[in-house]
Write a protein that binds this ligand. Sequence first.
Ligand code: GLA
Length: 659
Amino acid sequence: MQTIRYGGDYNPEQWPEEVWHEDVRLMREAGVNLVSLGIFNWGLIEPAPGEYDWTGLDKVVDLLHGNGIGVDLGTPTAAPPSWLRRAHPEIRLVDFEGRAMAAGSRHGVCPSHPVYSDACASIVEQLAARYGTHPAVEMWHLHNEYGWANVQCYCEVSAAHFRRWLADRYGDVDALNEAWGTAFWGLTYRDFDQVEAPAIAPPGVNPALRLDWMRFSNDAHIANYKLQRDIIARYSQAPATTNFMVPNCKDMDYFRWAEHVDVVSNNHYLIAEREEHEIELAMSADLTRAVAGGPWMIMEHSTSAVNWQPRNIAKTPGELRRNSLSHVARGADGLMFFQWRASRAGSEKFHSAMLPHGGTDTQVWRDVVALGRDLGKIAGVVGADVHADVAVLWDWESWWALELEWRPSVELEFRERVEAYYGSLWKQHVTVDFAHPEADLGRYKAVIAPSSYLLTAAAAKNLQGYVEGGGHLLVSYFSGIVDEHDAVHPGAHASVLRATLGLWVEEFHPVHEGARLALTSLAPGSASGPVGRIWSEHVRLDGAEVLAAFADGPDAGRPAITRNRVGAGTAWYAATALDDATGLRELLAEVLDTAGVERPQGLPDGLEAVRRGPLSFLINHTGQDQHVPDLRGTDALTGAAYESGVPVPAGEVVILAHS
Ligand code: GLA
């Protein structure tokens, strides 16, 4: 990509033809150079089985092409047509409680059903044959949000598919019994045919079965993607993508997905009611970059409010711009919105758009035009990566496993801990990468493991090797507990990390809701110590030194924060939930200082500063004008020269070009 791709979902089928001409004129005015087309139009292009009507799509593709606007052509398989659903009710998705989904919406069908797959293959082949060499088609947008409304189907066809998947994975049923620990409750299977989909079954289904079911469901969607991708590849050289939902879709393992797409693209919507939601946005962008292994693109975000949250809070002045440029700063080479023109009818008529119901005399439109103009000035960033000295570990499988039934505390939540650590690093202006626990970590000065409940023996060995090689590792509680089958690692809790951390855990002591645990001071001489929440445990030392002990609670007097020196490296451990203001900032500072991680000094709170290739992005999330000392350079948008520090007005973004 030589320019930053800018645009959004375009649904011209919702409008009469004369509006299309106004659309392309306004797209040009806004600097739009790519639109996603045809994502939900299956019922229009195939009005009856095997009958095709390309009139509208042909015209729109040519119109866009004639105006220099590229097409990211959708395959419409997320919206199966009414005739297909009516003729084949057996393809309906069956949920966890055994209910078959009705029609009248999108998604809602079984990803494994051969009737659905055959219909997908046929419409995709028609599309690819017709537009595969059309010069407007720059990319293929396969399906829409795999795993959104039909993430897991519990019908008999899916169950049979699951059994085949298990037979492939385990070879013989005894291996499955061993892996799943089926001797417990006498759940032993004599044949793969005896395995059922883990639908509702009080008091709770074997967690190892649940975990493999989640892996299988992820793979079932990938299979549909690959079916489509392989058909398209016979007709077209254009790259294929599908829009991910990092990090807000728990069920899809995007590290696995990324192996199959040509371009990683992501949908991100603010959780608008959350305080400091810009931090969650930054986390999404950094995690998407990890999934992509470099630059990526935003396929959808919103210009203002969405329509599906409890209270759909509109963006504040300047927020569209801050959000967009934060994505670019963190690796996005494309910036697309849902959607181009606000719909008059249907479920999403109250969703914001690039062109709102109010038309061009609106602040949103003016912001969209200004953003398009600015993106044209920073195209030099395209393809540049973001450098980070710190990695935060992220593993979808560990997330899945941690939040199955019957854990020591309902407050053990994967994202709660990851966001606590990520948020504290963000506030300290530390740019981080995310990494899978089995990835090569050698290039990082420090690695943070906020929530690694499921840690394979291979991952534990990887962490051990990292520390022995001089790395600096910080691990939070309830990590290294189970293997890939959710079975406790042999020996004591955290035994798989015993040599790395210099400790093991004798017993868990989760605390009452709202309880606060005082710790002894981290820094000698300081009056107040850290305060923990959620978790306490009986840590048994095996080489580690104690930096802070629990001062009260079930483990009073015992280690709470420890440090273990291994070869040239160091591993820290936190046995309770620390937060930025209650000790986490100090602990992270010690880790980063020891690791020699340089942080920008003197930056105001709420000022996001990220360097990407030749540019530094300074994003002021506060309501006050800020001044960034010790920076010089040229404003990439205005050409202004800054000799001694850079002013960043309230709510504004300054992009600095380094000479
Ligand atoms: C998702 C979908 C879009 C649209 C938006 C609305 O991301 O992919 O089609 O429904 O949500 O926010």
